[in-house]
Design a protein around this ligand. Sequence first.
Ligand SMILES: [Zn+2]
Length: 416
Amino acid sequence: MRTREWVVLIIVIAAAFSFTFSYFSSLYYHQTTKTVTVTETIELTPTATTLTPDEEYRESVQKLLQDVMKWVESHRGLRFKEEVDVVILTKEWVIEHWGIGFLNLTEVRLEEKILKSLFIIPRDFNLTKFKAGRAGYLIAASAGNKIYIVKEAFNPNERLRAGGILAHELMHVLQGEYFELPEPATSDERDALNALVEGDADLLSAHYISEHGGVKSNPLESYFDPLTALWLFPYTYGKPFVEYVYEKEGWSGVNALYENPPRSTAEVLHPEKYLEGWRPLKPSFSSKIGNGWKLMMQDTLGEYFIREMLRAHLSFFAANESAEGWRGDVIQLYEKGEAYLIRWKIVWENREEAKEFTDAFRELLQKVGANETSTNIWTTATEVISIKASGTEVLIEIVSPPGEMMKEAVEAASPS
Ligand SMILES: [Zn+2]
C-alpha cells in the first residue's frame, strides 16, 4: 500500500462521440449532442510554470477558492492540512505539454489489439489518436495540494459551475491528505478504484451545486459509444456507488470505503453486493503457452468491459443481462512475430450465467459476420475464435492470422 499520486483532470466533452459509432450495428443509440463534465485520473509529474494572467482573473479565482474551501471543510467534515495553490494554465500550454506525453505507447498498442479482437473498435481505428485527443478538453486538474485550471475553460464568475469544479478538485486534495489506496493490479481494479475516487469528488460537487441552487446531472452510459463508456466508467458509475453508501452510512461510511475499496467494476455496479461482502474470484492459467509465443500482457477486464463489448453489437438490455453474473476473469495476450494469440477465461456465478454469456457472445460473432466453420470454432478475415464452456467457466481463444496457426496454438494452449 502506498499513497497514490492524486492527479486528476476535469474535462468537458462536447458533442456525441459519434466518430466511432458508424461502426456499431446497433441502432438503439441516440446520437444526441451533450455537454458532460467528467474527470480523468492520469499520472504525471506536473512541470507547469505559473503563467501571468491578469490580476483581476487571478483574484476572482482565489476568492472563489477560499469560499469553496470553507464550504468543503464544513460539509465534508475534513480540514485541509496544507494551503492549496492554484496554477493558471492556457489551453495551448496544456495541449502542448499534457497531450500525447501521457501515453504509454506500448500499452496502448496492446490495448488496441484486445479492443479490436473483441470487436469493440473497428480494425482501422487509431486508439492513440483517440487517447491523445482528450487533452484538449482539460478544464482543471489537481496534484498534491495544487489545483490547475485552464483559463479559457474556467470562468470564476460562473459561480455555480466554477464552484462545483473546485469542490470536485478540492476533494481530490483531501483524498491525498487523508486516504490511501492500493496500486491497481488490473484494468478492472483500476476502474473500480477510480470510481471511488471520482465518485466521492462528484458527490461532493453535486452537493455543492444543489446547495447553491443548481442541479448537477450525471452522465449516462447510454449517451456514449462503448469505447467512450469504458473510459468514462468512474464518472458514470462512481457517484451512484458512493451515493448508495453515503445514503446508508453518511460520510463516515464513505471514508471507510478507502480502507476496503471495491476491486472490480462488478462491485461498483452492484453496491448492494459490495456491502454484503461479495468479492470476485481471481482465476488463473495453470500453464504458459510455449512454442515461441511471448506473453505480452495479462489483465482482468471485468463485468463492465464485457457489457460494453456486447453492447457494441447487441441491445443495451441483452448486454447488461449477459454480463451480469460475472465472477472473475483473466486474459492473456501472446505474440510471435506478427501473429498474436489471446486467451480469456471467464468464471460465472453458475452454469446458467455461463450459458447466457456464451449465447450472447455467439450472437455477437454472427453480427460481426464471423462464420462458424466447425462446432464452436469461428472464423473472420483476420482471426480464428474458439469457445469452450465447462461448468461455470468459459474459455475464449483467439488466434491471428487464421489457418495453421490456430491448430498450433490450440494444441499449445490446451487445457489449463
Ligand atoms: Zn476528479
